[in-house]
Design a protein around this ligand. Structure first.
Ligand SMILES: [Zn+2]
Length: 306
């Protein structure tokens, strides 16, 4: 197996520094698919960087078949600021793909990623997480259900309409795609790093990039509806349900927003239906109106996979 680090120049910033994207190419001795793995498309989802770093050092990759393209920090400006969007132009990069070479800086970065990374892959895995405060645990099922299942998490989600302008809207036109949402929040990340590493290697086996039969996925649930419960009031969020994966009943209290001034309870956030917790907050923190409160998967419309 042969490794090359090939940073891709994007532009000079106003401060004179060169903005480049980190691309690692690993080429196996035997033929196989080109698999691209990206992380930190959102800059506050740093766990994916560590997952890719650990994968790159994994001894199993010595037996790689085909080619692996690793893009650990897709949006370095958002990663620097620890924010979801790019601070320079306030843009969510995962809504502007395939990008625009003549557009805002975030659109220029997306254009480079499309040309140098997304267009080159046969399989694309995009790693996301819950961000600074929320924790999340599910995998999108899009055009490659077998690969999504192979990641091994208990809940899969097939959205009724794909989001416009995502990385996988571009890669999904020619490649098999998986989007992972795992980890994040003010909680130890190591268990989620290990789950991600194991899941990624199993996807690589299922895709033929690593030898050996993939592990059979556990019993999984395919969700068709996930509702995001967003607060209408800002303040201090005090979580009641602070773990993902458990069941909640219609109207069950998920958390409270209290005023840091008067201590009054400004809002109670409740489950919209009988469901499973997909995104929550492991601990209290300040929250703004309209931010991610909770995500609840609907059980009535879900399917058991076996
Ligand atoms: Zn994300």
């Amino acid at each position: 197996m042969h490794r090359t680090y090939k940073p891709i120049d994007v532009a000079h910033l106003a401060n004179g520094l060169e903005l480049a994207l980190p691309l690692h190419e690993l080429v196996g001795a035997d033929g196989g698919p080109t698999v691209g793995i990206s992380a930190a498309v959102h800059g506050d989802e740093g766990i994916g960087v560590e997952v890719i770093r650990r994968l790159a050092a994994d001894p199993e990759l010595e037996q790689l078949r085909g080619r692996l393209l690793l893009l650990p920090v897709a949006n370095p400006l958002a990663f620097q600021a620890n924010t979801r969007n790019t601070p320079l132009d306030m843009t969510n990069m995962n809504r502007v793909f395939p990008g625009d070479a003549d557009g805002w800086l975030t659109e220029q970065i997306a254009d480079v990623i499309t040309r140098e990374f997304l267009n080159a892959v046969d399989v694309h895995i995009d790693l996301h997480a819950g961000g600074l405060y929320p924790i999340v645990d599910y995998v999108y099922q899009m055009n490659a259900p077998d690969l999504s299942r192979a990641f091994g998490r208990p809940f899969l989600y097939e959205p009724p309409h794909p989001y416009e302008g995502t990385t996988t809207q571009v890669s999904g036109e020619h490649a098999r795609t998986v989007v992972v949402e795992l980890g994040g929040g003010l909680v130890a990340q190591e268990p989620y790093v290990e789950l991600s590493l194991r899941g990624l290697k199993n996807v690589l086996r299922a895709a033929g990039a690593l030898s050996g039969a993939p592990e059979t996925p556990p019993a999984q649930t395919l969700l068709h509806r996930i509702e995001t419960v967003r607060p209408h009031e800002g303040g201090l969020l005090l979580p009641v349900v602070d773990q993902v994966g458990g069941n909640v009943r219609t109207g069950e209290l998920l958390g409270r927003v209290v005023s840091p001034f008067t201590f009054a309870v400004l809002e109670e956030l409740r489950a919209p239906y009988d469901g499973v917790m997909i995104l929550t907050h492991p601990t209290l923190h300040r929250i703004e109106p309209g931010d991610y409160g909770y995500m609840v998967g609907e059980l009535a419309t879900s399917e058991a996979l076996r």
